[in-house]
Design a binder for this molecule. Sequence first.
Ligand SMILES: [Ca+2]
Ligand SMILES: [Ca+2]
Ligand SMILES: [Ca+2]
Ligand SMILES: [Ca+2]
Length: 651
Amino acid sequence: MSLTTCIMREAVERLGAFILGAVFVAMSSSTLLLAQSSINRPYEPQVLLGSAFPNFSNDIAPINQLFLYKFDAIGNTWEQIPWQIDEVETDPNDQTKNTYFVAGDGLLDDKDELSFMAGDAGDQAPPSSWIDNAESRGFERYEIEVLDPLEASGKGYVYLYRSPTLSLAPTLPDYVAYAPSPSATGTDTISAQGYVEGHNANGFNNSLAIPVSANGSGVNFLDQLKLRLKIKFFTFDIVLTEDSFTFSGVSAVDGRVRVVREIRLSLQTMNIPFLFKYYRHSVIFSAAINLTSDLGVSLLRQSFDFKSNVSSAKWYNQNASRVITADGVDDALTGGEPAVVNTPALNWYMLSSSHGSFVGFFSLPAGLGTTQNFYYRDNRTGGTNDGTSDTGAESGSFGESGLWITGTNITGTFPLALTNYMLAKDLPQEIGKTLHDQALQPLQVNVNAQSYVVPVELVSFSISAERNRAVLLWQTASETNNLGFAIERRFASEEWRSIGFVGGHGTTTMPQSYRFADNEVQPGEYFYRLRQIDTDGAFEMSEARQVMIAAPERFVLSQNYPNPFSVSNATMGTLIQYELSELAEVDVHLRIFNLLGQEVRRLSQGRQSAGYLKISWDGRNEKGEPVPGGIYFYQLTAGAQRQARKLVVVR
Ligand SMILES: [Ca+2]
Ligand SMILES: [Ca+2]
Ligand SMILES: [Ca+2]
Ligand SMILES: [Ca+2]
């Protein structure tokens, strides 16, 4: 066990002991001050490297102890969101490369990747709000703040916690699934919530459907992902296509947020891995073909060709001003209209059909080849725009879109860096524009380590009864941003209610003592608790404490107050307190006599049992007239018991 581990473990044990013995139970709220947050990018994944979490990374935190949560400020609740941590290791076959496809060490490292969907982010949690898991408090948590540079209000928060005693929420969704090829070739299938994508034997896309559950038709509308590479072979030009590669293997990692898939193809002496990351509604495709001068490359193309069943689809692109229909009838796009690739800015196109919508992005480095063009072909009779022969299951081209580079002996790296969104049917062009704007302005992320702080450390809380008064005493060892304590009381089966407030000492490391007296309680069992409120509105509730108020020991009639009292100023009259010791209910009434023994007023209290009670007399007779000044007697009768006292009225 390393020193760090020892310290960590000790911290956990100390905290655990504290929490078990603590008076406070964890319950926090922030409904007063915190607004709800949201990221309005439902399709965008967020990926962070392990190095963003230095207190967990570098062989410190077991990946199975890390859990991603969001906070809901209105409901004051914590909830896991789908997340995934992929271990990235140095490729044993090529020390200069990383791979997802060898076993990791199970510990978080700087190269490992945490992924989640930005749209799943929640609200910001106050520092004192923490998940209800004692062991997690011995570690820091990471607040991941996600900001949308396109929207001032676009922000969201997720929290990465560490604990050995957390477990996966049973209802956590799995956004994407991988089905291996039944023939051990490239014919595997990705089933995401937003799409189902199939592949040919070389692993290239040859089917795509948007399920009805994602507001598509469920019908395949993709013919083929195509590649073209024209190279010199002695003095001849030969054209290689996606079918010219030799398949040598496929690997995949299937998590809750994404499937990472690599197909390995060889072409002459080249071994080329094609890496795909499949998310809920999108795929990010990256490969690099290294073009050396001995290849003599004069043409490069990558394009997606759709099926004839998209025949009424709308085709959009930032430079296409008229409505273009991908119907297999040539649209005669020329010049600027088919959108010459504006390197290095991201280029986009969009096919919107009754089966689903497809938005494609790509970018290219400047200087690769002499012309960099958008490739677009819409022709049901077949053929190509670049003089090569067609491929695919359907001979025609329907809204075929991609990029097209020509030159003489092109050298450099051909980066197949593509992002495709697979979305609901019949979406408007604005979706493509918005996704393009968002791709140019990615979400920004700030990561902050946060430690659990006990906002107010309550070290004692006791209650004593003094006749009909409950006295609450409590002490704190330290306080952080303590506004104060609301006193809450519950009697018998009644609801809790707030009966008072005692101000706190803000922030202090000195012990503080507090007292609160609840006067005029009745015999019986009372419960009290303290709602400790922070200056930011968050609160923690103490455990409830119980106190028994005993019944009076004997029948007592107290002297009235005030005495003497003035009838002219007698809206309040005079107050007469008494105590009943009988547990059974008896009739109680008060009679007022003058010095002649004549009864001037009778006040009935109805039936009462043991308690600390009071009654007031307004100094008026039965007719409502003020009585003359002088000496009077008042007599309290409770069942068989009676007592009398003297009082003075002044006029
Ligand atoms: Ca690792
Ligand atoms: Ca999965
Ligand atoms: Ca057309
Ligand atoms: Ca075709």
